[in-house]
Design a protein. Structure first.
Lengths: 485, 1080
């Protein structure tokens, strides 16, 4: 009996000790080592849409920087405290790691998939490639216009753990070349990523429009810094951009979490009451009798429309909160709208770029399109834009001011685009809050860029220091290369 | 001590030699009282022929000769060499050895060694010293008692305990000491989420070593250096804490313990509130947005009434004035007696200190021990019911231990032990800053609070209807919809967690002793537990209501085969050798699932109550296997010169093929010089020196790349599909197929001496350890497309000095006074990181604060913004506020202390005993997120005093208010700019750099104090009761000195590498307990 016990114990020991390939234990049974290009592409598309649509104070505070919204209890972002919660870090990381990296890996997998049956046609392959490339350019466009110099030639290379920063204008030029190359790959009649293309549902004609609209926007961005190139780009792109509200390029969120509209997540699902319309925007719109006021905002508790004091703490119920329209779970993210394109064309004509039509025609189209896009009527639009304060010929200021003010209103809820438009045109006049914090030791001013991420300061110090010196100084008031005035 | 002796005897008991011809008998007694001594070794000099005495002190030994010289030795007694002859009963009395250092110590793999001849640093703590305070967490009771051991327990109920020996060795891996119970590793992992450990909210579920039954602990050995622990392989490189449990004694003993503990907070670790200004952020309200109050006609008399700005979670509102009537939150609660009434504007009568309860906890245990010549067993049961300071919290533990050994015959001894623990928690404290969930009341009480809020009114408001009626509603018309903060009672009674862990830990062993000098042990040990954690957020809470359940199973199996021999090569030269193999298999499987989008029916916590279909659960499954072979030898010459060496080979499943086998050696030497020179005043002296290397493997799944699903920030679920399309992402961590083992090289030298009949002694150790080729998930610029990349790189050096002093200044028949002092100074330095990388981020926190490992600096520097200094003075900008650096990468603190120490004094007078322990930590920095925000929101008295003009500083500038920040303007002149302090943020985070919230984390604490009384033995006669001990004990009684206001400088989020930051810190808990111990 005892002998049996001993031998069981001892043989047990030897049995378990005879395992040959123990390294197999280190293969994770719950995670794949190969996936489809489409799954990465779709994932990148969602992450991109989320970060652009988000009103989250940890990432996307452009509705606040463009003074469309004010804050209620915690006016940190409207006082330009970007450090408190490392806002630039998340914006930077979302683009590089969560969007561009997945896109670049999708491109790698796509090359492999080309060789595996069922074989895709060359046109399909090129279409998919084009979609990946356009989104990549679109993502870098946001990074380079947020920060200025950024890692580019050494980015996405994990062997370069401390990538150098490249000159913003040089990167921008390369992005334009890449965009043209991507557009040249598109065969509108052939398919692309199909349903995995959650932005444009695999419609390659729409991708062509997306690429051209982006080119239009990118062209106008450099209208002050490189007018010749801007002109060429705008002329080439203009015939193919979004040309009616029904063509607006939008990503549609789903009705149930987690693929819902991020505005719904932060404003409704969270149960928080962080934002109200800003007095800068609401007062301006009210002074212009803008029919979009009730389309953008809810009534305040005294039954009127009022904006919270920008930069101050505001009582939520005393002011007008953003309307429920944009807080619906399925409310879409607009990438490019007809209204925006018409404003760009209006500006192009004003700058002497012959895209056809007059500045006033485009200006009127843009305003009409915006009001209708928000649910207003053509009648309301006409009444609005024929007022002397709005009418192109009589409204105050230069073309920059007229277009600046109106496009700022029309780009409501598109914080980044509104902020960038303001940076380019310098109108409307935005003032920093009175007792603003001296972020990074600088005299308060309305930010014209994000400071570099805290993580970069700590992990990539030498390149960070070089980039900071190259752009001037790493501060929110440091104007970027395109921002001449 | 005698139990150890008995153990020793069991292990080394040899069968009578078959060659015996003559029998020599005898009896060994205690010289003091003549009582028989059991377990004393009687050995024929110069041979391996020996026996141990039986329970009556008798022995019989067979010898080839009629007359022999015997060496008689026993643990705790001074040895003797006597002559004996056949036919004559040998009567020997032994003197008690008062040298405290002459103990046996259980070392690696459960091998017992004489501490006298141990060539590396080890410390033993008796079970009584860790269980007398009746704290159910054994580990935290070690704090301040051992040089080189850094213990840090969070103040939350059942919170995790950080246990570190000799500093941070690994850049990003585990720096926790390994726990071993009776030779078998015991998992002490902390499975708190990454969010929890970085202060972003979540529960601290504690570390698994809390499952150890304090009453089952016989002794604890702490092996600090790598040489001591090299035989444990990778996991031993952070040092080992060996816990030896009770094994049963001869005869039949029953011990019953019954204790009760009263817990309360240490007041100076909780905020003191200003009582001058109420709810609000400043002059932002009213019709012109320039008042402290909103105005509305509440009573319908057509005149606007004052209304508190209820949405505001700060105390920068109107100045209290009992004559001013204001509609406050309770005025809008229809069930409140205050409903519809304007109330005097005064500070709350009951501030948040009244939220904290003063609960009683109970701890009862029964221990049975029995044994005879054939074997022994111990059976114990402990039940502890601990209650937390927060309402609706408890932690119940049921612990059952059974251990038995049985001598099958002369050669075989079988042993088995089984420990079962069942631990249930409810209402563990939310930790950190979880803005969206608000589960940590301290975040509110320390950062976002209105001092006008009466906590007892909140309590009544909740209990009247069990609704979320809060002081911070979204609007006065909707008092049950909070804007930022739930009613804190609603949080505690509705949004509670529950958890349970059932654990079985045990082993079977068979010991084979074919000849007297050889012992072979086969052992299979199992440590397995299942745990479930359920978290809830009730409907109407801030954020999305949910129900989450997390199930995890952990299993570790160790198979050991170990041969040890103890052989006298000559009469002067002894060889102890060992060889063995260990196979360790650890596996974890877990599943985590949460409802999606809210709950359908309130208060129903099942997954099917999810409004939207729950997202797929997050699954994990992983197994690690390590196969080790090891050998070691110790040569001892004349009990004076000791040479010890070990070597181990490991093969690990987590490293790539071809790189997964690694060897590592240790070598130690010692000289007991007191055997060579024997001055009167010196009893014992030893120098020791050793060098060791320990290898380490990689974390699971860090070699091959895989694709992952992104994690939804709101729910923590995986986002796996969109409209039917599969989603995958490149992992945020780049794995590495080229990983090779990491390695720690350590050197240690020590000197131990005792003097004056062992009345004084010291043990001094210098050590230096370098960890090289570390396997680290290097934090990288996310422009690489990744956040981390696994590399083999980095060198951390830890150098330190440890000193223990023992003294017995007074020792008379009736009175004794013993002192133990220990002191540790550790300096760590990051020598190298990675190709071109001079800094890595360990953790990032609110305020753009990071903790870092920077080349050339200590591990754990805090980076953030600093003041700008002009001629050494803080500089104020043109707006009168402090200027701060333009970047956030300035070193503003270091989490490592300068030194730590502990002083224990013990007194005994007849049956009375008393002791106290003072625990000291000098230096080290902590960043207080609590003050970063809390000073901004005006909770503390600093923000509500008078200014240099004698006016209230919060008054408007025009009324003589405002403050002048101490410092200079940019031109170097003393600042005279008066700035407004009437709105929030004048102090606190808005207008000051991070550096302003760095505090010295040092402290002097009266950690423990106790008074005990043992009734005299003769009182009980021959009755059933053999003894009664009474004790009154206290823990965390007094913080004698600290520099961090309103908080305990030791408090952190969790165990692990991310220390030095506080947010929503819990106060220190003062525990005073009374215990009765009855021996039957």
């Amino acid at each position: 009996m005892k002998r049996i016990l001993y031998s069981v114990l001892l043989s047990g020991l030897f049995l378990v000790s005879c395992k040959k390939n123990i390294t197999d234990l280190n293969l994770n049974p719950k995670q794949p080592d190969n996936v489809t290009a489409a799954s990465l592409y779709a994932n990148a598309s969602i992450n991109l849409s989320d970060v652009l649509a988000s009103p989250n104070v940890n990432t996307n505070i452009f509705r606040l920087l463009s003074q469309q919204w004010a804050e209620t209890t915690y006016p940190d972002e409207t006082n330009y405290d970007l450090d408190g919660r490392s806002i630039p870090d998340r914006w930077f990381t979302e683009f590089y790691r969560d969007v561009i990296k997945d896109l670049s890996q999708a491109a790698v997998l796509l090359e492999n998939e080309k060789l595996i049956p069922p074989i895709m046609t060359d046109a399909q392959f090129k279409n998919k490639k084009a979609a990946i490339e356009i989104l990549t350019v679109f993502s870098y466009y946001h990074l380079v216009t947020t920060f200025g110099n950024i890692p580019f030639t050494e980015a996405l290379n994990v062997d370069k753990t401390q990538p150098k920063y490249d000159d913003a204008a040089t990167i921008y030029a390369k992005l334009i070349t890449d965009l043209d190359a991507a557009l040249a790959k598109i065969t509108p009649a052939a398919s692309g990523f199909g349903s995995a293309d959650i932005i444009l549902d695999g419609d390659m004609a729409n991708w062509k429009m997306f690429g051209n609209s982006l080119k239009m926007r990118m062209g106008m961005l450099i209208a002050d810094s490189d007018p010749a190139k801007a002109s060429a780009m705008v002329l080439a792109a203009a015939p193919n951009v979004v040309s009616s509200n029904s063509e607006n390029l939008q990503m549609h969120f789903l009705s149930s979490p987690p693929n819902t509209n991020p505005i719904w997540e932060d404003l409704v699902q969270s149960g928080r009451y962080d934002f109200v319309g800003s007095n800068t925007l609401v007062n301006k719109m009210k002074s212009l009798n803008d029919p979009r006021v009730p389309l953008f905002f809810d009534l305040d508790e005294s039954g009127g429309y009022s904006g919270g004091i920008y930069g101050a703490a505001n009582s939520y119920s005393s002011f007008s909160a953003p309307t429920v329209t944009i807080t619906e779970p399925t409310y879409p993210l607009t990438f490019f709208s007809y209204s925006e394109m018409e404003f760009l064309k209006a500006e192009a004509v004003a700058r002497g770029i012959a895209v056809g039509g007059t500045t006033e025609e485009h200006y009127n189209n843009a305003i009409d399109a915006s009001i209708e896009e928000w649910g207003g009527t053509a009648t309301e639009a006409l009444a609005y834009r024929t007022q002397p304060t709005v009418k192109y010929t009589t409204a105050a200021g230069t073309y920059k001011e007229k277009i600046g003010v109106q496009s700022w209103i029309a780009l409501y809820n598109r914080g980044y685009d509104a902020w960038t438009q303001w940076r380019r045109l310098d109108y409307p006049e935005l003032l920093p809050p009175p007792d603003g914090i001296f972020a990074n030791g600088e005299t308060p001013g309305v930010p014209v860029r994000y400071t570099y991420p805290v993580v970069e300061q700590n992990l990539n110090k030498a390149n960070y220091n070089a980039a900071s010196a190259a752009i001037g100084k790493d501060r929110v008031t440091q104007k970027l290369w395109f921002d001449k005035f | 001590m005698r139990t150890i002796a008995f153990l020793f005897a069991l292990l080394f008991m040899s069968s009578a030699s078959v060659f015996a011809q003559n029998q020599i008998k005898g009896k060994i007694t205690d010289s003091k009282d003549g009582s028989p001594l059991t377990g004393i070794s009687v050995k024929v000099k110069g041979t391996n022929n020996g026996v141990t005495t039986a329970s009556d002190g008798s022995f019989t030994i067979s010898t080839p000769k009629m007359e022999e010289t015997f060496e008689i030795s026993g643990v705790g007694f001074l040895g003797k060499t006597v002559k004996g002859a056949s036919g004559k009963d040998l009567q020997v009395s032994l003197d008690v050895d008062t040298k405290s250092l002459s103990e046996v110590i259980v070392t690696a793999l459960g091998i017992t060694r004489s501490k006298n001849t141990l060539p590396y640093a080890a410390t033993t703590i008796k079970g009584d010293d860790v269980n007398q305070t009746r704290n159910s967490n054994v580990i935290s009771n070690l704090s301040g008692k051992v040089a080189g051991l850094d213990i840090k327990q969070t103040n939350s109920m059942g919170g995790s305990t950080n246990v570190m020996l000799r500093g941070f060795k690994s850049l990003s891996g585990n720096n926790q000491a390994l726990f071993v119970i009776d030779g078998v590793p015991f998992d002490n992992s902390n499975n708190n989420t990454a969010d929890q450990t970085t202060g972003r909210g979540g529960f601290d579920y504690g570390s698994a070593a809390a499952d150890i039954n304090p009453d089952d602990v016989e002794s604890i050995s702490i092996l600090k250096g790598a040489a001591a622990s090299a035989l444990y392989g990778s996991r031993g490189f952070n040092g080992v804490i060996l816990i030896n449990t009770k094994k049963g004694k001869k005869g039949f003993n029953v011990t019953v313990n019954s204790g009760i503990t009263h817990n309360s907070i240490l007041k100076n670790t909780f905020p003191t509130y200003q009582k001058k200004y109420g709810q609000g952020y400043g002059f932002y309200y009213g019709p012109n947005e320039d008042s402290n109050f909103n105005e509305a006609d509440i009573n319908g008399d057509g005149i606007p009434d004052l209304v508190t700005p209820l949405t505001e979670d700060a105390s920068y509102g109107g100045r209290f004035d009992a004559g001013k009537l204001v509609y406050q939150w309770s005025s809008f609660d229809p069930s409140s007696p205050n409903f519809g009434k304007a109330l005097p504007w005064v500070a709350a009568a009951n501030d948040p200190t009244t939220f904290l309860e003063k609960p009683l906890s109970f701890n009862n245990s029964v221990f049975l021990e029995a044994g005879n010549d054939k074997g022994s067993y111990a059976l114990g049961y402990t039940r502890s019911n601990e209650k937390g300071l927060l309402p609706n919290s408890f932690l119940d533990k049921d612990l059952v231990n059974f251990t038995a050994t049985y001598k099958l015959n002369d050669k075989f001894t079988a042993g088995a032990s089984a420990n079962y623990s069942d631990i249930s928690g409810k209402g563990r404290y939310g930790t950190g800053y979880d803005g969206a969930n608000g589960l940590n009341p301290m975040t509110s009480f320390r950062q976002w609070w209105s001092v006008a809020t009466d906590v007892q009114e909140l309590k009544d408001a909740y209990f009247r209807n069990k609704q979320n009626i809060t002081w911070n509603p979204a609007s006065r018309n909707n008092i049950t919809t909070p804007i930022y903060w739930d009613n804190v009672y609603f949080t505690r009674y509705e949004n509670y967690e529950t958890d349970n862990r059932k654990r079985l830990f045990g082993n079977m062993s068979l010991n084979y002793k074919p000849v007297s000098w050889l012992n072979i042990l086969g052992r299979v040990a199992l440590d397995t537990y299942d745990e479930i954690q359920e978290e809830r957020k009730a409907v109407t809470s801030v954020g999305v209501p949910f129900y989450r359940r997390f199930n995890r199973r952990y299993t570790e199996t160790n198979y050991d085969l170990l041969g040890t021999s103890d052989f006298d090569l000559t009469s002067d030269l002894n060889l102890k050798a060992l060889a063995g193999t260990n196979i360790r298999v650890q596996s974890t499987a877990s599943i985590d699932v949460i409802t999606n989008g809210g709950l359908g029916l309130p208060r129903l916590y099942v997954l099917s109550n999810s409004i939207n279909t729950p997202l797929p659960p997050v699954e994990f499954e992983g197994t690690r296997r390590i196969e080790g072979y090891f050998a070691g030898a110790t040569l001892t010459y004349k009990n004076t010169y000791i040479l010890d060496g070990t070597i181990r080979r490991d093969r690990s499943s987590t490293l790539p093929d071809g790189k997964n086998v690694y060897y590592y050696p240790s070598v130690s030497a010692g000289i007991v010089f007191s055997e060579l020179v024997k001055p009167e005043w010196m009893n014992y002296g030893k120098v020791r020196i050793n060098y060791a290397e320990v290898g380490g493997d990689a974390p699971l799944y860090s070699t091959k790349d895989t694709y992952v699903h992104d994690i939804d920030a709101n729910s923590g679920s995986e986002v796996s599909t969109f409209n039917g399309n599969s989603l995958f992402s490149v992992s945020n961590t780049k794995n590495n197929l080229q990983l090779q083992p990491e390695r720690t090289k350590s050197f240690e030298a020590g000197l131990e001496m005792t003097f004056f009949k062992s009345r004084f002694g010291f043990d001094a150790t210098f050590y230096s350890a370098k960890t090289i080729d570390q396997i680290i998930p290097l934090t990288v610029s996310s422009a690489t497309g990744f956040s981390r990349k696994f590399v083999n790189s980095g060198i951390i050096q830890n150098r330190g000095f440890e000193l223990s002093l023992n003294g017995a200044p007074v020792r008379t028949t009736n009175f004794s006074w013993d002192i133990n002092v220990n002191w540790t100074r550790n300096r760590n330095k990051v020598l190298e990181l990675y190709d071109g990388v001079d800094n890595i981020i360990l953790g990032d926190f609110q305020g753009s604060l990071t903790t870092n490992a920077t080349q050339g600096e200590a591990y754990g520097t805090i980076h953030g913004t600093d003041f700008i200094y002009t001629n050494g003075q803080k500089t104020v900008g043109s707006n009168g506020r402090y200027l701060k650096t333009g970047t956030n990468n300035v070193t503003i603190g270091n989490i490592n202390p300068d030194w730590t120490g502990g002083i224990t004094n013990k007194f005994s007078y007849k049956g009375f005993s008393a002791s106290f322990l003072i625990d000291i930590k000098k230096g080290g920095d902590v960043f207080s997120t609590d003050l970063y925000y809390g000073l901004a929101t005006g909770l503390y008295p600093e923000t509500a005093g008078n200014n240099d003009l004698g006016n209230p500083l919060r008054a408007q500038l025009a009324d003589g208010g405002g403050i002048v920040r101490e410092g200079v303007t940019e031109d170097g002149k003393t600042n005279t700019i008066r700035v407004s302090a009437s709105n929030y943020g004048a102090y606190g985070y808005r207008f000051a750099p991070d550096k302003a919230f760095i505090y010295d984390a040092g402290y002097v604490k009266l950690r423990e104090a106790s008074i005990g009384y043992s009734f005299p033995k003769n009182m009980f006669g021959n009755g059933m009761i053999k003894g009664i001990d009474l004790s009154l004990v206290g823990r965390n009684l007094w913080i004698i000195h600290k520099n961090l206001p309103y908080a305990d400088p030791e408090e952190g989020f969790s165990s692990g590498n991310l220390q030095g930051i506080q947010t929503g810190a819990y106060p220190s808990v003062r525990a005073i307990g009374f215990n009765v111990k009855i021996k039957l």
